[in-house]
Design a protein around this ligand. Structure first.
Ligand code: GLN
Length: 272
């Protein structure tokens, strides 16, 4: 093991995964190769120390490193844009057995870094994926990521409040999938979020009104007209939401499937 690295890690008292995140982003090499090198370039060591110093102020690492990871994607990110969460990766696995040929139009509401948008485009290669966000900064970042993965032909991004991108009427009865990881945190939970989240991430990407359902209800109500006859709405939700969602939307939709995350809490809804 490289001694210098061990000393730094200990000095800054960083979690294993945080320290490894810094190492891989600075070195662009496999983790074991980094740990096994006897000698590492001085300027890189300096850079690591510099990042560790700044990390003391609670800034989430992806903002310091301008990098975030989602599935096999390495994404560009800037301060204030929602950091992709590992839990959301499961949403994509839920769609893996869908018929690739039949999905032609997808809408992703609230693109953030573009993580879901890009993953969807890569999974459904024949689909046009439209993404919207209320944050101009998120759109700027997502655009960069879409270009990085050469998907500008397949993905169209718009600055819009949920569905209302230019000429949205053209897409009535069109979307085979409407996907969103919407803001769903309620008032009480929002107050208790760690500072690292509250002080740096965009409230609009997290806070879903008093009961957390403000945007989810809008998506269900306003989204119906955009769905194709067999279309599905796929959402990330809070564990306390299923019954409320069902009660709210039972007149609008006939099928409600709720899916657990790996922690056994309900995290996703598939509604049609
Ligand atoms: N779609 C992005 C994600 O899932 C951003 C979500 C958001 O802004 N609430 O990470």
């Amino acid at each position: 093991m490289n001694k210098e690295l061990l000393v730094i890690k200990k000095r800054y008292n960083l979690k294993e995964e945080e320290f490894n995140f810094i190492l891989t982003s600075v070195f662009d090499r496999k983790l074991y190769q980094i740990y096994l090198s006897e000698k590492l370039p001085k300027n890189k060591i300096k850079k690591i120390i510099n990042i560790c110093e700044r990390k003391k102020t609670e800034i989430p690492l992806p903002y310091l490193l301008k990098k975030a990871y989602f599935l096999d994607l390495e994404l560009y990110i800037e301060k204030g844009v929602f950091i992709p969460r590992a839990e959301t990766e499961l949403l994509i696995s839920l769609l893996e057995n869908y018929n690739q040929e039949k999905i032609k139009y997808i809408l992703d509401i609230g693109v953030g870094t573009g993580n879901l948008t890009i993953a969807l485009a890569r999974l459904f290669k024949k689909a046009l994926v439209i993404g919207t966000d209320i944050s101009k900064k998120a759109l700027k970042v997502a655009t960069k990521n879409v270009e990085k993965y050469s998907l500008s032909n397949q993905i169209k991004l718009y600055h819009a409040d949920l569905f209302y991108f230019p000429n949205y009427q053209k897409y009535f009865n069109h979307f085979d999938l409407i996907v969103s990881n919407p803001p769903y945190i309620n008032e009480k939970d929002y107050k208790n979020l760690p500072k690292a989240v509250k002080n740096y991430e965009d409230k609009r990407a997290l806070y879903g009104g008093e009961d957390g359902l403000l945007i989810i209800k809008r998506i269900l109500k306003e989204g119906k007209i955009f769905l194709s006859p067999k279309g599905k709405i796929v959402l990330e939700i809070d564990n306390n939401h299923p019954i409320k969602i069902y009660e709210y939307a039972k007149e609008l939709y006939s099928s409600f499937i709720f899916v657990n995350s790996l922690t056994k809490k309900i995290r996703f809804a598939i509604i049609s």
